[in-house]
Design a protein around this ligand. Structure first.
Ligand code: 4NP
Length: 157
């Protein structure tokens, strides 16, 4: 069977999307589903290409037993064709994706928090923690953790 290919997208690809990438991968492995998914993340910006995730995000993930090893990569136009699910962390990055995607690929693009079981807002975002303190990184972790659980429940049915 063909793998389900998922791309998580944020701005810098050093905080939110590599966290979603690592957390989702961890849950997929825990459930023994690693042969069913291909998981990747990227940024719409290119400042952090080749870099490990932000140390503050890595530290928060590590508290939950998750090791973040992804190296920053920027969005390639081909990604919009290749991946089955393209999940931006906020509306601004969603806008970038929708601008670049051919009409036939736009349906694959959904806000990540569309799958947040606690969200009542159709346009909820994962807040950018980059310019804030540790609390922002904890909040991002909580949102990403529960959203990845629900996303995996939905896609593994
Ligand atoms: P991310 O956070 O999009 O969640 O990776 C950011 C990382 C870097 C920058 C902005 C947001 N930056 O401006 O360099």
């Amino acid at each position: 069977m063909e793998k389900i290919k998922i791309l998580f997208v944020c701005l810098g690809n050093i905080c939110r999307s590599p966290l979603a990438h690592a957390v989702f991968e961890h849950k997929v492995n825990e459930r023994g589903l690693s042969d069913k998914f291909e998981i990747e993340s990227c940024g719409t910006g290119s400042w952090h290409v080749g870099e490990l995730p932000d140390p503050r995000m890595r530290k928060e993930a590590q508290k939950h037993g998750i090791n973040m090893t992804h190296l920053g990569r920027t969005l390639q136009v081909m990604d919009l064709e290749y991946f089955d699910w393209i999940l931006p962390m906020d509306r601004s990055n969603m806008g970038v994706l929708l601008t670049k995607a051919l009409p036939e690929f736009k349906d694959k693009i959904k806000l990540f928090r569309h799958f947040d079981p606690e969200s009542t807002d159709d346009f909820a975002e994962v807040p950018d923690p980059y310019y804030g303190g540790d609390e922002g990184f904890r909040l991002v972790y909580d949102i990403v953790d529960r959203t990845c659980d629900n996303l995996l429940d939905k896609l593994s049915k």
